[in-house]
Design a protein around this ligand. Structure first.
Ligand SMILES: *Cc1c(COP(=O)(O)O)cnc(C)c1O
Length: 472
């Protein structure tokens, strides 16, 4: 096509004002700020202009009504929140990509109470003067864990960084080679160590570390002995690990504090739910770890936070480190954390009300009944019988780098359609509103009810209805 016809096409692009007078755009103007509608109209027209300049063939649609529809759709896209609720049907309970732990109702109520007005966040009510935000979750953490002192920061990566930078700057920290973990999102023990200014002293081998390995590594330069929970992997086979008890014994003998990065920070014994090997925070405190760090939003089931518990003198040094200011926890997290922690005063309450624990504790027979309900609902929706919908056995995961290699038996709704294919089903549901996230296994799209609330079943039904219309 000649340059002349490109020019001709450019002249045919309607103006912004013409679009503003079309019905779809007028409707958008009634519902959205004018600025947003104008942005959408300009974006759509700019795209057409660029398309013509790049290659005028095939002839781009320049029909006024069609452009108006495009602009109206674009407004809806621009008006959409970027952070949105999704339905987690993956069965991965602590799904880091999907926001880790949902909060308990009690935590949400507290969040609303504290954040809709003023609070004594940094105000000492009895003295009538400036106080510290760090006192708020401290007493309940001491009560629940039995530790002398506690400090809450922004997240566990921050907690580990703060502890190392306070207690081991320019000095050595002894860690087993089997525990040099990488957690998703680039948290790596060796890297956190070097950025905190501590010097990593690796001991043992990947699969075996013995007490004598720690002992022979201790020098004048040693500041700490550290144990890191291998949250997201297991070393199996010919292995040897030094227990926390043994490490504490070595620390005491040499006058060195023992720091444990527990990762998940579980307060209840999960063995009754078929999950083994996760040490609770209370057990680590009792074993004598001097400082313990863990996350607020993994197995604890609270908001994002990094919790440090342990010896008063060591925690006090962390609190006084100026870096604490950069890692400080905000009032929303503190409000939700205190409310979550209070539920742990009664373990049954915690399991009933904290969604993360409740989902882990869901018995298989209950999940089966719920899967059958959903399957029935979806079959009713699929009036054209285009899908094969079945309930089958499967496995859920705890996720979030907790309890790797331990699966929870579950029941899934498996959707199969030779004509559509699992990838297109997955994509259509993911692009719906709310997005529904499932997983594909053996050419079938699976929905695991463990991580789905009853109140979300209707959204899933609607998502399927929309998908079926789209593929009809
Ligand atoms: C998850 C984890 C961290 C990081 O915790 P965040 O709260 O995500 O910052 C650190 N160490 C271990 C062992 C973990 O499992």
């Amino acid at each position: 096509m000649s340059e002349k016809s490109a020019k001709e096409l450019l002249r045919q692009i309607p103006g912004v004002d013409a679009l503003l007078q079309t019905e779809p755009v007028e409707r958008a103007l009634a519902r959205h700020p004018r600025k947003l509608v104008l942005d959408a109209v300009r974006e759509v027209l700019d795209e057409r202009r660029k398309q013509i300049l790049q290659s005028p063939e095939p002839f781009p649609g320049l029909d006024l009504q069609e452009l108006a529809q495009c602009a109206a759709q674009r407004v809806e896209l621009l008006a959409e929140f970027t952070l949105r609720p999704v339905v987690n049907a993956t069965g991965i309970v602590i799904h880091t990509n999907l926001g880790r732990s949902p909060l308990a109702e009690q935590a949400i109520d507290r969040l609303r109470r504290i954040c809709s007005g003023y609070s004594n966040l940094e105000y000492d009510l009895s003295a009538g003067e400036r106080g510290s935000r760090y006192v708020h979750a401290e007493s309940i953490l001491r009560e629940l864990t039995g530790a002398e002192s506690a400090l809450v920061v922004n997240n566990n990566a921050g907690a580990v960084f703060l502890v190392l930078s306070t207690l081991a700057k320019d000095r050595e920290v002894v860690v087993s080679r089997g525990q040099l973990v990488e957690i998703g999102g680039s948290f790596r023990i060796p890297d956190v160590m070097s950025s905190s200014g501590a010097i990593l002293r690796e001991v043992g081998t990947t699969n075996r570390t013995h007490p004598k390995d720690y002992v022979t590594a201790i020098t004048e330069e040693t500041a700490l002995l550290m144990k890191v929970h291998t949250s997201n992997y297991r070393i199996v086979g010919f292995t040897a690990e030094v227990t926390l008890d043994e490490l504490v014994g070595i620390g005491r003998k040499h006058g060195l504090p023992v720091v444990e990065d527990l990762g998940s920070g579980c307060f209840v014994n999960l063995a009754p739910f078929g999950l083994y090997g996760e040490t609770t925070v209370q057990e680590s405190v009792r074993a004598g770890a001097d400082v313990i760090t863990f996350s607020g939003d993994k197995l604890l089931g609270g908001p994002q936070a990094g919790i440090i518990v342990g010896r008063r003198d060591l925690i006090e040094r962390c609190r006084k480190n100026p870096i604490t200011r950069a890692l400080r926890v905000d009032k929303m997290s503190l409000a939700a954390l205190e409310a979550t922690l209070r539920l742990y005063r009664d373990e049954r309450q915690a399991i009933e009300h904290i969604p993360t624990l409740k989902m882990i504790a869901s018995p298989a027979h209950e999940l089966k009944a719920r899967a059958e309900d959903l399957a029935r609902l979806l079959r009713e929706t699929d009036t054209g019988n285009s899908l094969q919908i079945e309930v089958g056995e499967g496995f859920s995961q705890v996720g979030g780098g907790s309890l790797p290699a331990q699966d929870l038996p579950t029941h899934v709704v498996a959707v199969h359609c030779a004509a559509i294919g699992p990838n297109r089903i997955e994509q259509a549901l993911r692009n719906g509103s709310p997005p529904i996230i499932g997983r594909i296994e053996s050419q079938r799209f699976l929905l695991d009810l463990r991580t789905v609330k009853d109140s979300e079943l209707d959204a899933i039904r609607q998502g399927f209805a929309r998908m079926l219309r789209e593929f009809a």
